[in-house]
Write a protein that binds this ligand. Structure first.
Ligand SMILES: Cc1cc2nc3c(=O)[nH]c(=O)nc-3n(C[C@H](O)[C@H](O)[C@H](O)COP(=O)(O)O)c2cc1C
Length: 168
């Protein structure tokens, strides 16, 4: 699998493009029972003195229940060739599809957490805080209406980044 563990300080790239334009997969659960979904919202930075990644998962995603039940999760980033796979994982639900089988992605365990062999970078995260967004916390009702007029709110999952792996 030729993943090499990296220090946070060694990471390269722009988080806005890596998250918002290139997208990534959020994966949680066990080898026997896990799920993955595409995300293009999120944050990487520092929280409570630790390298931290924050994901926002709507409560109607199948992945949501896995995030609720799991103490750890992974975030997998890919080269552009995997865009169709990420498109699939972001438009189909694991309730109805075997996403790994249908995309050709290879599920692997890394540090005991599920991820994908084809990723170019994997963050292994430990859930340290989670919080539902609240309608009353929005300062602009237009933003709330645009994103949550018909769809449920997101829950934010903060993950302490325990390890980062990259392909050599
Ligand atoms: C580019 C892209 C980005 C997405 N970003 C998010 C996100 O940040 N949070 C979220 O809850 N859903 C996001 N989604 C939607 C989920 O990936 C989608 O609903 C998925 O089918 C959920 O799968 P699941 O039901 O197996 O969990 C995104 C979808 C796409 C295509």
């Amino acid at each position: 699998m030729n993943f090499v563990k990296k220090e946070i300080a060694e990471l390269k790239g722009n988080p806005f493009t890596q998250i918002g334009e290139d997208w990534y997969l959020i994966t949680a659960g066990t080898k026997e029972h896990y799920n993955t979904m595409t995300a293009s919202w999120g944050f990487m930075g520092v929280m409570w003195g630790k390298p931290t990644f924050i994901c926002a998962v709507r409560t109607n995603r199948y992945t949501y229940s896995f995030m609720e039940e799991s103490e750890v999760f992974t975030l997998c980033f890919f080269e552009k060739a995997y865009r169709p796979a990420l498109q699939f994982c972001g438009t189909k639900s694991g309730r109805d599809h075997d996403k790994a089988k249908e995309t050709g992605l290879t599920p692997i365990e890394i540090d005991g957490v599920m991820a994908f062999a084809e990723a170019s970078r994997i963050f292994v995260c430990k859930k340290c805080y989670s919080e539902m967004m609240k309608e009353e916390a929005f300062t602009e009702s237009a933003v709330y209406d645009k994103w949550y007029g018909t769809d449920p709110l997101h829950k934010q999952f903060f993950g302490e980044i325990l390890a980062v792996y990259e392909k050599e």
